[in-house]
Design a protein. Sequence first.
Lengths: 261, 315
Amino acid sequence: MSTATTLAAHTWWMTGRRLKVLVKQPAFVVILLVQPAIWLFLFGNLFRRVVELPGFGAGDYLDYIVPGVVVMTAVSSNMWAGMGVLEEIERGTMNRLLTTPVSRSAIMNALVVEQGISTAVQVLAIILLGLAAGADYPGGPAGLGVLLVAALLLGTVFSALSNTIGMLVRQRETIIGVNTLLLLPLTFLSSAFMAEALMPSWMRTVAHGNPVNWALDAARAAMSAGPDWGVVAVRCGWLALAAAAMVFLSTRTFRAYQKSV
Amino acid sequence: MSHAVTADDLRKSYPGGVRALDGLSLDVRPGEVFGLLGPNGAGKSTTVKILTTLARPDSGRAEVAGHDVLRHPERVRREIGVVAQRSALDPMGSGRENLTLQGRLFGVRATALRRRVDDLLERFDLTGAADRVVRGWSGGMQRRLDVALALVHRPGVLFLDEPTTGLDPEGRAAMWAEIGRLAAGESMAILLTTHYLDEADRLAARLAIVDGGRVVAHGTPEQLKEELRGDAVHLELRQPPDEPTARQVIALVAGLREVAFDGRRLSARADDGAAAVPAALAALESAGIGVAAVTVARPSLDDVYLRHAGRRYAA
């Protein structure tokens, strides 16, 4: 086999191996799907009337929060990726793999692909749930496509970050702490549930540097009746850069881990 | 290729100044079981990690199956099977899935792999549980699957890092039998680390005693024991003796040397233990020192360890 086909085959096997674990825990899969549903209906009902605030700028709150719940879900489920890596290290399966000829890149690729697949399933579920609840997607399939891509890129940023932390500190508590610390501020320092126009100005400034908000900007721009593809391209570009940087960082950390064994 | 494994002057320190290896050298011949014996922290696992390409030494060189572990780790990986100290299975995968994935990573072709997996399951008595997830298996079964996993691609060199640690006596006996079969059946070199003296004695054709990150003695178990020249004679006295008197008495007994007292216990060494005992008993009785029990033992690896590491073996 050539290097490229070996890498592809190994990535496929490594991903399948991790997805099988997921599928064999149906309760976990159900939770993955129920959690965003709860958010969608909780936030959807709790904040239903904020659209009436002058300057909010959206007609229906359900339409507004579908991308919000999508990005929040993408962040919150990918944040835990590091737990999986930690478990592999602690269980010894990582070292077992490292003594086989498996492509080292495939191990890291599989982590990204696995997270991407489960994120995609969650995103599709939220879109369908929203549709069932009566949400409109004026941007059509193209808009939803951008939403999915933005969620996947954003998810990669956070799964790679989480993997890096997991390999560096090798401590569950740290991952739990970081996630608890980050999830809500990252979500609420974005336009996920509240229009940017209504944020205090310092918050708006912070939101501009928040990758969660980039994903929302891109998704909202593409999902509107008159899509602004310029915004979509720029924000997705930033997200792609951030994702690439994080994956690079996690790969470097993985190399460092291999030397520290 | 004259050796299956060669390690030459390996040194490695971990951050914080812990010196794990301090000039360790060894060689394993093709087809033999080589034991690496030493207490925890002696450097056994670090040696295995370096030889299996997981860790890099600070200096020194090593070859496994004819390939340099530093320059061609990917070639080394194709030739080795590794059983780590702790079981390292995918707990949510079945036995068959674990084996199949491992085989694929080594590039074993689908049809051959299916046959090999069946054979290994059969041979390690795991056929009945093959399609159940490993998480529910007993410790002994998981350990056997660990070994089966390491064999799926027919490696030339097998590393067994403390394969029986944590197993109950029954599991240990089964593992010993299996390692014995492995050694006899395939033309595979086995490097076995253990902190059990009896395990090394029983399984290893040659062994190296490691202490403080270096090999302090090596040879066949018999050679090592013979170097000690003589049997260990232990006498248990009825009362703690007046040591100078007892020492004087026992010094007159021919053939006894290296006499040591420890409370009521008297230990000595003799070229022919059985012959020295009656004389020792007679001498002590005539001096009014009663003897409660006598044991004569062939030298054990414990004694070898005492001699080379300068202290009793405490695993």
